[in-house]
Design a binder for this molecule. Structure first.
Ligand code: PDD
Length: 284
């Protein structure tokens, strides 16, 4: 069951106009909210980021946080599976094709997909990644539905049999095509600082909180391309992939070529956190 413009319906019954500005211009924003044991995880943070994205494209938020919480809860209730991934999408609505903002209601769409944990084999072996030049716009902090650059960048990885494309802008690491990236250099975990050049990941925040709580030596600072290529470990985070080790970069092994000690430690912290917080009735 999906939600479209105030109504719940089976996805087969849902349709939107070809004049929707999401279709015509990619004029909209989105969120992906993981749900564990039927409870949306860090919903307040996702709604806060949604507001930031809406402000960034000058689109009024159609609902209050309470209304979002209620509607998202209904989407979760109407779909099977304890763990779900809620996709939420708002566009500037339906209007005659013309660039200026129209005075029409937005289109609001939500759907649920199963949220599957990363496959054990991928956790055991890690995944491959490819690097590419980050040729996206300079408002990557907005979770825009205009994902063509991300799609094209991701396909570079797919074509090379890799799981993610790691992006480099002006000699520095930004993020992955759909994930945030962490690096271990000289046994210190490095995270690129949040800026307009990357999406402020909710999972990125979780990882940095776990690292601080568990006294893992870390620094939030710019990471050069050279540091990325000589890293002992690389890992990626996202709401749908949790935390994964990148063990091959551009067809070369990263460190030993197996998930490193710091990844294993962080993965364990993440799993503990999942058990106690995400599944334990705590939602933040
Ligand atoms: N993407 N950076 C980019 C470009 C992303 O698209 C994502 C997530 C992230 C990680 O953010 P978070 O930890 O809040 O999921 C970073 C989602 C999952 C997607 O587009 O499907």
């Amino acid at each position: 069951m999906i939600f479209l413009n105030g109504q719940f319906m089976p996805i087969e019954k849902a349709s939107i106009s070809v004049l929707d500005r999401g279709f015509i211009f990619g004029d909209g924003v989105y969120e992906v909210i993981p749900v564990y044991s039927r409870r949306p995880f860090r919903l307040d943070k996702h709604l806060h980021r949604l507001q930031h994205s809406l402000d960034g494209i000058r689109l009024r938020n159609p609902y209050t946080s309470e209304q979002w919480s209620d509607l998202i809860g209904q989407v979760v209730d109407k779909n099977a599976g304890d763990d779900q991934s809620i996709y939420l999408h708002i566009t500037r609505g339906v209007a005659k094709r013309d660039h200026p903002f129209p005075d029409v209601p937005p289109t609001v769409f939500m759907m649920s997909n199963p949220l599957l944990p990363p496959q054990p084999e991928l956790l055991e072996k890690g995944v491959a990644a490819i690097t590419a030049s980050d040729n996206r716009w300079i408002r990557c902090d907005i979770k825009s539905i205009s994902l063509l650059p991300n799609v094209l960048l991701r396909q570079i990885a797919v074509d090379a049999g890799a799981a993610e494309t790691i992006l480099i802008r002006d000699g520095f690491l930004t993020e992955g095509s759909a994930s945030n990236i962490f690096v271990v250099k000289d046994q210190v975990l490095l995270a690129p600082p949040k800026s307009h050049l990357m999406l402020p990941g909710i999972t990125y925040d979780v990882l940095l909180e776990l690292v601080a709580e568990n006294h893992v030596i870390h620094e939030v600072r710019e990471i050069s391309e050279d540091e990325l290529f000589s890293a002992e470990e690389i890992m990626l985070t996202s709401s749908t992939r949790e935390i994964m080790a990148v063990t091959r970069l551009n067809e070369q092994p990263v460190g030993t070529g197996s998930p490193g000690a710091i990844f294993r430690q962080l993965h364990q912290f993440y799993q503990q956190y999942k058990a106690t917080h995400m599944r334990g009735g705590l939602t933040s």
